[in-house]
Design a protein around this ligand. Structure first.
Ligand code: SF4
Length: 147
């Protein structure tokens, strides 16, 4: 079985988060972790961005790669907060260009309460956001399970 090590970077606004939904969804291969259904996955790095404008992005990935991380997940919290992180595409481009590793938008499924609110706000109507939310969007039943 293929083995992979991933790193998760969360939004500093959720800095006290113990990672409950991220760890659960990885265990059950849900949300942005669906792709890992037939792989053994280890979370080898977990940190936050250190607050706006996200200075830790510049350093954390280097440390994670030393522990064998080959994919960085920008956590679902960056996508669902009010407002969502305005720098998420910049973080993704920066990590890919500087470190040459894969970046995935999201971790656990988007909780339904956030989906409803952002739908009302029109946050994700922009095509760029439409792409960003895809891995963690799932369906209503799954979103309800993460409310
Ligand atoms: S909004 Fe973005 S830059 Fe600001 S704390 Fe959250 S992840 Fe970091």
């Amino acid at each position: 079985m293929k083995r992979i090590r991933i790193g998760i970077i969360i939004c500093d606004r959720y800095r006290r988060c113990a990672g409950g939904k991220c760890f659960r969804s990885l265990r059950d291969r849900e949300g942005a972790f669906t792709e890992y259904k037939n792989m053994a996955v280890e979370i080898a790095g977990y940190t936050n961005c250190d607050g706006c404008p996200g200075g830790n992005i510049e350093y954390a990935v280097d440390e994670m790669m030393k522990n064998g991380v080959t994919v960085i997940h920008l956590a679902t919290g960056l996508i669902v907060g009010y407002p969502p992180c305005p720098s998420i595409p910049v973080f993704s481009d920066f990590i890919k260009v500087k470190y040459g590793i894969e970046v995935v938008y999201g971790t656990h499924p988007i909780p339904q309460k956030y989906f409803i609110m952002h739908d009302q706000l029109g946050t994700w109507r922009d095509p760029e956001w439409g792409k960003i939310i895809q891995p963690a969007l799932t369906d209503e039943k799954m979103r309800m399970a993460y409310d």
